[in-house]
Design a protein around this ligand. Structure first.
Ligand SMILES: NC(=O)c1ccc[n+]([C@@H]2O[C@H](COP(=O)([O-])OP(=O)(O)OC[C@H]3O[C@@H](n4cnc5c(N)ncnc54)[C@H](OP(=O)(O)O)[C@@H]3O)[C@@H](O)[C@H]2O)c1
Length: 301
């Protein structure tokens, strides 16, 4: 049976705003809490520093070796040639075979999912070649997935014919959502939402604490009106349900994604153990008391 990812720990900011000690502490806590899903990519961190190319995957491999861990479920996005953030990539079958072999060597049986990343092509035949090559490389325990697909229509035929519903990563937060962009692929995929808080947008009083948003160059100005609207909705919710009050915009992002009927899992990107603690707490609360959050969810659609 192929694995699912109800909640998955992201590594995009490792070796960028998250140093190695914090990344290892996050892994310790994640693993101790019983979670196993990890998301990474060849180009993490996308900080444009060539010396950091592949550092997130290297740290993950080091932590695994140091701790003798054998049961992670690792999802890797492949195709990038560097960590400059350039859309140029290599999704040829030969390159994908090499990438699959590299990650099999690095993570062995803990490699669960290999994702085609940032595909700008619109040629269904070329796409089919890439997907069939990866399907052949993957063992029956592994799965092929997708992230940053520019032309969903060109993917539809190949996805329809896959032996399972593949995972598809989509940006989704109260400021911007790509869920509808992939509407035609909903019946054939399982969506994983990322960017739950727009890359680290905070409620305005907390904004100066944000390092992630600054590093990524997130522009706050265009969102001011929406932030004020969301603050008012949170205030209303907190007045009505003080026992399940919301303190961080990230929690609102989790509600916004978790209660979306098309989304099957959440990718989270905590910077430190306090954030991970609050994320895990909020997730359990959300799972147990969905009804309480449903009015808020409807209000922020
Ligand atoms: N498919 C793709 O193209 C793609 C793109 C992006 C991400 N992803 C994956 O999805 C993961 C998550 O995405 P993302 O980093 O963009 O998510 P995000 O939730 O939009 O941004 C993460 C930032 O939110 C803040 N944050 C997280 N948890 C918090 C909490 N509990 N309380 C307060 N602030 C909190 C932190 O900001 P501060 O550091 O400023 O405190 C953190 O850096 C990535 O690590 C990556 O694995 C995939």
């Amino acid at each position: 049976m192929i694995a699912s990812y109800p909640l998955c720990l992201g590594t995009a900011m490792w070796a960028w705003t998250v140093d190695q000690a914090h990344a290892f502490a996050l892994l310790d806590q994640w693993y101790a809490a019983g979670w196993r899903g990890i998301d990474t990519a060849t180009n993490y961190p996308i900080n444009k520093d060539p010396q950091d190319f592949r550092k997130a995957e290297q740290w993950l491999a080091q932590w695994i070796q140091m701790n003798g861990v054998q049961d992670l479920q690792i999802m890797v996005k492949v195709g990038a040639m560097d960590n400059s953030g350039s859309p140029d990539n290599n999704l040829s079958p030969s390159f994908l075979s090499i990438a699959h072999q590299h990650y099999t060597d690095l993570f062995e049986h803990q490699l669960d999912c290999v994702m085609i990343h940032w595909d700008n092509r619109d040629d269904p035949m070329a796409i089919q070649d890439s997907v069939y090559c990866l399907l052949e490389c993957c063992s029956s325990e592994q799965q092929v997935g997708f992230s940053g697909i520019k032309h969903p229509a060109a993917y539809q035929a190949v996805m329809e014919n896959m032996p399972y519903k593949p995972l598809l990563q989509v940006k989704h937060n109260p400021f911007q959502s790509h869920v509808d962009y992939y509407k035609d692929l909903w019946p054939f995929t399982r969506l994983l939402a990322y960017g739950l808080s727009g890359g680290g947008i905070k409620l305005s009083a907390q904004q100066n604490e944000s390092t992630g948003a600054k590093a990524r160059g997130v522009q706050l100005e265009p969102h001011q009106e929406r932030i004020q609207f969301l603050q008012a909705q949170i205030q209303r919710h907190n007045n009505t349900f003080p026992e399940v009050s919301i303190q961080h915009l990230h929690h609102l992002g989790m509600i916004h994604a978790y209660l979306n009927e098309h989304i099957s899992g959440l990718l989270i990107g905590p910077s430190n153990v306090d954030q991970l603690t609050s994320t895990l707490f909020a997730y359990e609360q959300l799972k147990a008391q969905q009804d309480i959050f449903s009015n808020l969810f409807k209000a922020i659609q």
